[in-house]
Design a protein around this ligand. Structure first.
Ligand code: UD1
Length: 416
């Protein structure tokens, strides 16, 4: 099994460009099922989650070709509406396929999705939205069958602004009869990217990025060409990498609007942030502890909670992190403790007592973002660290070691 070997205490310096966002690519790939023909997507990251989605689309009958960072997805031959269980298990995002398959073919069969083990991740909000649009949903023996002779626009109100449920509801509603209004919708930038793609296909969607999205159903959608928005979580990770190594890093191809909650906190922690046209520069200063609470966008993103926790481990004073989105998202804490961190977890809160330096250790990535956090910790720690279970990291960070090497990090991937 592959692992990363990291020699710590190297200050990262230089410029790094972030590519397309995994969390924007996955729903856009799912949306291609709504039309028949060749869609062209640019800046698609090469990640194992994207490959899993390619495999699912191929099983359904799509033809997919990668040319550099572009994907050509031909959905002319889609002939199946059932996603095999082993593929559903690979990735939670496979649940997105329910909306478009139902929208286009009026029926779909999936099993319960998998993904990172970061606590129970129910799909009740997804199902409720599809039912509101007129689908009959049956759950039995671990499978979910949804069918609708006709989908009709409806008022959908989410109890919680779920990202995936909002995207699923949008994709089911674009081909429904009449108007759908989604209230308490998630406001994440990736939802705006999905709206842009759907509208390029001929859909009529407005309001993404606010808490109310309005969709006027159309009868047919067409293939489209689209450049995926940049990955704000990767960008945030590189900024935190700059801070934790006392470095000077400029992240390119990212709008500061996506990361205000993060850059604000980094300034509070003691870093110097400069925003220019489509880039953000961080220069580390003396780090001090802060309190952070994860929230839906525009609040602090749960996906950067783990990397930020690594940073606060070496910030002066006491910090408190409260995780409000996912249970069980402090799995990196035990591993950071092996590196000398002083962290106490009480329910959804982590209390961090800053130390001056972590020490290298052998640790294992428990999930994707926790894995990213361990890499950052290793970059700052004294001595050598080994990070096992790199496959979790490969789900969401494209060739992380090469990108960090380009900033001067001493990190290699090893098979041993
Ligand atoms: C997406 C992101 C993930 C990010 C998360 C929150 C993708 C592919 N993944 O995940 O990286 O961490 O948003 O920003 O875009 N919930 C329910 N019932 C549901 C759906 C969700 O109770 O039907 C709960 C979840 O258990 C969780 C919370 O709502 O506690 C947030 O989940 P959601 O916003 O749906 O996240 P995902 O779309 O799974």
């Amino acid at each position: 099994m592959e692992k990363f070997i990291v020699m710590g205490e190297v200050q990262l310096t230089g410029n790094i460009r972030v590519g397309g966002a995994k969390n924007a690519t996955l729903p856009v790939m799912a949306a291609t099922l709504l039309c028949s023909g060749v869609n062209i997507l640019h800046d698609v990251p090469e990640l194992s989650d994207i490959k899993a989605m390619q495999e699912i689309l191929a099983v359904l009958g799509a033809k997919i070709v990668r040319e550099g960072s572009s994907l050509l997805i031909d959905t002319t031959g889609i002939s199946k509406q059932e996603i095999p269980e082993h593929l559903m298990r690979e990735m939670r995002a496979s649940v997105f396929l329910m909306g478009p398959l139902l929208g286009k073919f009026r029926k779909v069969r999936v099993s319960y999705p998998g993904g990172c083990a970061i606590g129970p991740r129910p799909i009740d909000l997804h199902i409720k939205a599809l039912e509101k649009l007129g689908a009959k949903v049956k759950e039995s023996y671990g499978y979910i069958d949804a069918e609708a002779s006709v989908l009709t626009g409806a008022e959908i109100h989410f109890d919680f602004p779920s990202v995936g449920a909002t995207e699923n509801a949008m994709m089911a509603a674009v081909l429904a009869k009449g108007t759908t209004v989604i209230r308490n919708a998630a406001r994440e930038p990736e939802i705006v990217d999905l709206q842009t793609f759907l509208n390029k296909m001929g859909a009529r969607v407005i309001g993404a990025g606010s808490d109310t999205i309005r969709i006027d159903g159309v009868t047919k959608l067409f293939p489209a060409e689209h450049t995926i928005m940049p990955d704000r979580i990767q960008a945030g990770t590189f900024l935190i990498a700059g801070a934790i190594t006392q470095g000077d890093v400029t992240v390119e191809n990212i709008s500061s609007e996506y990361l205000f909650s993060v850059t604000d906190k980094l300034e509070e922690i003691g870093a110097d942030i400069t925003v220019s046209n489509n880039s953000i520069r961080i220069k580390a200063g003396e780090l001090r502890g802060v309190d952070i609470k994860t929230l839906p966008f525009p609040g602090f993103p749960t996906d950067l909670q783990a990397p930020m926790l690594s940073l606060l481990t070496v910030a002066k004073g006491t910090s408190i992190i409260t995780e409000t989105i996912f249970e069980n998202r402090f799995k990196h804490v035990d591993e950071l403790t092996r590196m000398g961190a002083k962290i106490k977890v009480e329910g959804r809160t982590a209390i961090i007592r800053g130390i001056s330096k972590m020490t290298g250790a052998i640790v294992a990535a428990p999930d994707l973002r926790a894995g990213g956090a361990l890499v950052l910790a290793a970059l700052a720690a004294q001595g050598i660290s080994e990070i096992e279970q790199v496959y979790h990291i490969d789900r969401g960070y494209e060739q992380l070691e090469l990108k960090l090497q380009s900033l001067g990090a001493r990190i290699i991937r090893s098979n041993g």
